[in-house]
Design a protein around this ligand. Structure first.
Ligand code: ARG
Length: 587
């Protein structure tokens, strides 16, 4: 099913072309005045400007041609030459029927034949995940669902931070505490014990200790740097120890992401690209792209016309240690060979924009990224109600489990206030509260324009009124329950019929789904989907308020309205599933 808007644009373009005018003037958009028209085309004004003629005269000719298509119940001209359009109900009904017959036909196949790699999540080994990683996970997950739904061949990678200074810091901290462990002896004592010397809880203590010590003590910092360089150079004991850090963290992180319903196709990290670094560096040197600067090996990436200084990408420090940019560059090489993507999306904090600018320029300049388009999909920070970056009450980093627990608790309160799920078994009520809590967090995060920051306010996010995840879940559950009762009462679902303004508005909103998906894909903008499902739920609500459905005595009308309920649910379910929001069976 093509997008309705695309079809209208095609008709208008044909009308302009038939008048000997540029088809590019045939742009149709939803009307700014929904009370006057459904769609409008302002092309006559720009066409008249280009041809230096009277816009109204052009508008009249275009309007006549559009009337002739038989699609519209009303074509009228307003003001200097705006064309207002209303579609015939029969046309809307036919399209609605196509959607009802095959809801998946609403998903444009815009990604067919194309490969996208999504790099998101990106927590760091041994460090607790913070709310920034949560944003990356939520936005990245929505984008991976969207791209997959639009027929892209999709691969996602959590890209763990596992190859930098924190690893050396951990090694030296543990060496201070347990110097007798075999990993720290000079000789290679392979095979080393299979059992990890640390648990996730240990790492959570060791890392902050180590990091603080390095901040106040330059010698500690130097030792940690040294250990990092040795690890990267392949010192056997350190490599084995590092593997334990990685495994222990991976298990913990997988549990955390799973609790959020976020899955990755690959659990790779910076270190996976490490073996590719030496040959890559050699090639860059040989090609004259990597040069020495102040003891470090760098790739200059400044370009003519830069308005601000773009510093060179540092490949190797003077001690031979590699940096964040080096592993990112080598990871590009790895992905080119293993997946050959057309597009790579990095869903990472907006504040890393400069970093990605350097990496992408270096990759392009050296041809390492082939013909792949590399794109930083940045996002803003999450702030507390005090306007400062979000922290726990004690001032620490909020852990994902705690966050979900808090949201679930808040959701429980809301359910009780609303008298929802009250007499359900405790287990089911708890599961619903959890789904509502997670939906509240996800929807709040996704509904903001991703580049702007937002205030984390659970009280607001968990409300059942307004533009929230819980409101949408409730809307979907309500339609489910109507359809369930219809089944129980033996009513059939019929073809949707449009007889009232509420039905017409709902139909138009349903038919705007494909173009919403395309826009969300193009702008990498989950909030388009949020806006859409919210408006859809509101349109349904108005329809529901104004019409009898189950209580309608005319069987034909009832079944047509049930049909409309069913399509609405199908589209709402698609939308919420793209947002990663689960819908309870009942509430
Ligand atoms: N680990 C990084 C951080 O915590 C994010 C990694 C993002 N992905 C990438 N390819 N650089 O900031």
């Amino acid at each position: 099913m093509s997008s309705l808007l695309a079809e209208l644009c095609a008709s208008a373009s044909a009308a302009f072309a038939a008048e000997g005018l540029g088809p590019e003037f045939g742009i149709v958009q939803p009307s700014d005045r929904a009370d006057l028209a459904q769609f409008q085309c302002n092309g006559a004004l720009s066409a008249a400007k280009a041809a230096k003629t009277n816009p109204r005269a052009i508008a009249e000719k275009i309007a006549a041609r559009l009337s002739g298509t038989g699609l519209f119940s009303d074509v009228s001209i307003a003001g200097p030459g705006f064309i207002n359009l209303k579609l015939k109900d029969a046309f809307l009904q036919a399209r609605l029927q196509t959607l009802a017959d095959a809801p998946e036909s609403a998903l444009p196949k815009s990604g067919a034949g194309k490969r996208v790699l999504l790099d998101f999540g990106g927590p760091n080994v041994a460090k607790p995940m913070h709310v920034g990683h949560l944003r990356s996970a939520i936005i990245g997950d929505c984008l991976q669902r969207l791209f997959a739904a639009l027929s892209w061949t999709k691969l996602s990678d959590v890209h763990l931070g596992d190859w930098g200074l924190p690893m050396g810091q951990l090694i030296t901290e543990l060496a201070l505490r347990q110097p007798d462990l075999p990993y720290f002896q000079d000789a290679d004592l392979s095979p080393y014990p299979a059992q990890s010397p640390v648990t996730m809880e240990d790492l959570e203590i060791l890392y902050p200790e180590a990091s603080n010590a390095c901040k106040s003590d330059p010698i500690r910092l130097e030792t940690a740097r040294q250990a990092t360089a040795e690890l990267q150079a392949g010192r056997p004991g350190y490599r084995v120890l590092w593997q334990h850090f990685f495994k222990v963290s991976e298990i913990g992180l997988q549990r955390e992401f799973a609790s959020l319903g976020v899955r990755f196709d690959m659990w790779k990290g910076e270190a996976d690209a490490a073996p590719l670094i030496p040959p890559m560096v050699e090639n860059l040197k040989a090609a004259g792209l990597a040069v020495m600067s102040e003891g470090a090996l760098v790739v200059p990436v400044a370009e003519d016309g830069d308005t601000k200084e773009i510093p060179p990408l540092i490949l190797l420090k003077s001690d031979g240690a590699v940096l964040y940019g080096t592993t990112d560059l080598a990871t590009i090489v790895e992905r080119e060979t293993s997946f050959d993507p057309d597009l790579v999306l990095y869903v990472v904090d907006q504040r890393q924009h400069g970093h990605f600018e350097q990496v992408f320029r270096a990759a392009k300049k050296s041809g390492l990224s082939g013909d792949a388009l590399l794109e930083h999909v940045g996002y803003g920070t999450v702030n507390g109600t005090d306007g400062k970056p979000f922290k726990t009450r004690a001032g620490g980093v909020m852990k994902l489990f705690d966050l979900i627990a808090m949201a679930t608790e808040e959701a429980e309160k809301r359910l009780a206030e609303q008298g929802l799920a009250a007499d359900y078994p405790a287990e089911e009520r708890a599961a619903i509260a959890r789904m509502v809590g997670v939906a509240a967090i996800k929807f709040a995060d996704l509904s903001n324009n991703r580049v702007s920051g937002y205030v984390f306010d659970l009280e607001r996010f968990t409300r059942f009124e307004g533009k929230t995840g819980p409101y949408l879940q409730y809307a979907a559950v309500r339609i489910k329950s109507i359809l369930r009762r219809a089944r129980e009462e033996g009513h059939s679902l019929g073809a949707p019929v449009i007889r009232s303004e509420e039905e017409r508005r709902l139909a138009l909103q349903l038919l705007a789904w494909p173009e919403t998906l395309l826009a969300a894909e193009e702008k990498r903008a989950p909030h388009y989907i949020c806006d859409y499902v919210f408006t859809l739920a509101q349109s349904f609500s108005r329809f529901y308020a104004e019409h009898h459905i189950l209580s309608e005595s005319d069987a034909e009308l009832r079944s047509a309205r049930l049909g409309l309920c069913a399509v609405t649910l199908a589209v709402l379910e698609q939308g919420l599933s793209l947002l990663g929001i689960e819908i309870p069976e009942r509430m």
